[in-house]
Design a binder for this molecule. Structure first.
Ligand SMILES: Nc1ncnc2c1ncn2[C@@H]1O[C@H](COP(=O)(O)OP(=O)(O)OP(=O)(O)O)[C@@H](O)[C@H]1O
Ligand SMILES: [Zn+2]
Length: 684
């Protein structure tokens, strides 16, 4: 498209069944925020829009589990989510919620217009039903095997494994998520969006029209679904939580959450426009508006197939220019999960790492899952902070500001003759806004963040090469020029870091005493960014080193989650078959004490023990070396099955067996008396 007049940037509506985690941030909100901030800085008219997604089957399900009303759940998470976004510096122009009146009205009107235009198929069909729960089963109320990829935990509306969207009746071996029952079927009336009717349009618009400019992961998914053939999808549900279907004969039915949620972008824009005195329709209905949806990969089908078909069928709306969906971020090797508490939660991060929003923003951008799934690790987070933000960016600025204060009381010196190096550096600085901007406009945020760091690198290298702290002793005039050049680089960094590191950018502008005087384009266009005689302020640290103990504490927190999850999921072995008392008395179990312990050579698991069992002191080989160090268990009382037939293990004869049990973290524990007893005492 030719230069757009305005931008409508949407970020997926987060679902209010949990707080925001780093996956959401890396996948959606940070890249969208960089994009929106960059466009504003370059003088564009921007509406950056989002809000909470508060409908759908998972909310009442969660409410039931917690014994509260759905309203309590959505209020709680909407509150946490909204506040954490604000504190993190996500610069939404509006953050709404789908329970808002304006949204109910907008979604109802949208449906009604489509209904009146004959865009739906009305059909009575057999749907899955749970007689015990007295409820139809759709979406998250039913799980079964995905007909496309075979994943056994697919939901009724979408498979989280392959991303395919389907009808609940397509599931193989469906089961009710409420009772676990195999559902029966029952007839019910619903309204369907005939996606098959829109197939030709989707082919032309995306498969032919966006082959080059859409990300290959997005294009590829869409292509595969369209080529598989699209079928009508129900846009209504039998549910008592959501937006009532605005028709007379639709008692007890609501709009499907994925019908209403994307309309939430429109409602949120309306809310914003009313507040700001703008016309919302400009942002949704004018061809010179560029609409961009930021989402994670599991939302592709809804933003590239279903919502565009709705917009097209409705008729008044523009279509997205791009849907730069990201792949998924994982955490320390495992899939992020709200239900399993496997996450770094934004609201917790903000408390545990005060004033360090930019560190997380930077790490998530530098390692964003742009073209494939990626892993967040705390060690990498620490490295990005210590080796890049502190050692390059922070170090450069600190040197410049400290030296300027030391040599010139904070007043920028007048430069003398520029060397070739100076001129090259000053020329290179002017290129950065363009280089970074191009990457951002192509949705390559990782690359853009690396270019930002390259500007800091340029500064750091310049100072390291020119060594003003040495030159000052011999050539004070030269140092004036060096510091002058270094200050120009600092000013450029303050401006171009803003989309990525907004808090740092503001802090740096404060230190350089430039407020918002310099614009993005000034860096390229202005001859001088910071004139001689301009007074700067005292140095303040932009970033600080993150110590090992801070990182270890985070890793331990995750370990604790893992243990808690394992404990919860631990399946208790079923009881063995019944035995007679005589069978039991055959076992001679005695208390003994370990006197010696050593590793059995060339084995990982085995310890050779000398155990005093009262009757005698005997050798026992035990597979406990991964849980205990030999020196730690001398004197340990243990239970020993002493009349087990001796057996040779790795060449050592073992005369009995030590009784052990498992702990939740996968280690072993001894079965020992709670008070010290004499060796040889029987266990009976
Ligand atoms: N691990 C992740 N990596 C990248 N993007 C993600 C990740 N998890 C969620 N997203 C994206 O964040 C946006 C908001 O997610 P949403 O609130 O719908 O949660 P969700 O997908 O149900 O996640 P969860 O299952 O963790 O609650 C969506 O666009 C989704 O694709
Ligand atoms: Zn699947």
């Amino acid at each position: 498209m030719s230069a757009p007049k305005r931008y409508t940037i949407t970020a997926a509506l987060p679902y209010t069944n949990g707080p925001i985690h780093i996956g959401h941030l890396a996948g959606v909100y940070v890249p969208a925020d960089i994009y929106a901030r960059y466009l504003r800085l370059t003088g564009n008219d921007v509406a950056y829009i989002s809000g909470s997604d508060e409908h759908g089957a998972a909310i009442p399900m969660r409410a039931k589990k917690e014994g509260v009303s759905p309203q309590v759940i959505i209020d709680k998470y909407h509150g946490i989510i909204k506040k954490s976004f604000e504190d993190f510096g996500i610069s939404f122009d509006n953050y709404s919620r789908t329970s808002a009146k304006i949204h109910h009205e907008t979604a109802s009107e949208f449906f009604t217009k489509m209904y009146n235009d004959g865009e739906f198929i009305e059909e009575v069909s057999a749907q899955l039903y749970d007689a015990e729960a007295n409820q139809f089963l759709a979406d998250r109320f039913v799980v079964g095997t995905c007909p496309k990829c075979g994943f056994e935990e697919s939901y009724g509306d979408q498979c989280e494994n392959c991303g395919t969207s389907h009808n609940a009746t397509d599931l193989i071996n469906p089961k009710s998520a409420i009772t676990g029952n195999v559902p029966s079927v029952k007839e019910t009336k619903h309204w369907f969006l005939p996606l098959d009717k829109h197939e030709a349009f989707l082919r032309e618009w995306i498969l032919e029209g966006h082959k080059k400019d859409w990300k290959p992961n997005v294009y590829g998914q869409v292509k595969s679904w369209v080529e598989d053939g699209l079928r009508p999808r129900a846009v209504t549900r039998d549910l008592d939580w959501g937006i009532p279907v605005p028709l007379k004969d639709a008692e007890g039915k609501v709009l499907y959450v994925w019908f209403d949620a994307p309309i939430g972008y429109i409602s949120s824009t309306k809310e914003w426009a009313a507040r700001e005195g703008k016309n919302w329709e400009d942002y949704w209905k004018k061809d010179d508006t560029k609409l961009v949806h930021f989402i994670g990969k599991d939302n592709i089908v809804f933003h590239c197939i279903i919502f565009p078909s709705m917009l097209k069928a409705h008729g008044d709306y523009i279509l997205p220019d791009n849907v730069p969906a990201n792949e998924f971020l994982n955490l320390e090797g495992n899939k992020l999960s709200t239900s399993k508490n496997w996450a770094v939660w934004l609201h917790e991060y903000l408390e545990e790492f005060p004033d360090q929003q930019d560190v997380l923003r930077y790490t998530l951008t530098a390692n964003a899952p742009e073209s494939k799934d990626n892993d967040f690790t705390w060690k990498d987070f620490q490295a990005k902070n210590n080796n890049e933000l502190v050692a390059i960016f922070g170090n450069f600025i600190n040197r410049v500001v400290v030296l300027t204060n030391k040599y010139y009381e904070g007043i920028i010196p007048a430069p003398n003759d520029f060397t070739e190096v100076d001129e090259d550096v000053l020329a290179a600085v002017k290129e950065f806004p363009n280089i970074i901007g191009k990457s951002i406009e192509r949705y390559r945020f990782r690359e853009a963040s690396q270019e930002l760091m390259n500007l800091a690198r340029l500064g750091n290298k310049y100072l390291a090469d020119e060594e003003p702290w040495k030159v000052i002793k011999v050539d004070a005039e030269r140092v004036q020029t060096i510091m002058y050049v270094a200050l120009q680089i600092s000013a450029a960094l303050a401006v171009v870091s803003k989309p990525f590191l907004p808090f740092t950018s503001d802090k740096l502008k404060g230190i350089l005493n430039i407020d918002d005087k310099l614009s993005w384009n000034d860096i390229t266009e202005k001859e001088i960014l910071l004139p001689a005689a301009h007074q700067i302020n005292k140095a303040e640290l932009l970033f600080s080193k993150i110590e090992d103990k801070t990182i270890d504490a985070q890793i331990e927190k995750l370990e604790a989650t893992k243990i808690a999850n394992e404990q919860e999921n631990k399946v208790v072995e079923p009881q063995k078959e019944t035995i007679e008392f005589d069978d039991f008395t055959k076992l001679d179990i005695r208390i003994g004490t370990i006197l010696e312990a050593e590793k059995v050579a060339k084995t990982k698991k085995l310890l050779k023990l000398k155990v005093d069992v009262g009757i005698d002191t005997r050798t026992i080989v035990s597979g406990i070396a991964e849980s205990f160090k030999p020196e730690d268990i001398i004197g340990q009382q243990v239970s020993v099955l002493v009349n087990l037939a001796p057996r040779k293990i790795r060449g050592v004869e073992s005369q009995g067996m030590i009784l052990m049990t498992d702990t939740p973290d996968g280690k072993l524990a001894f079965v020992e008396p709670t008070k010290e007893v004499k060796n040889g005492q029987q266990v009976s």
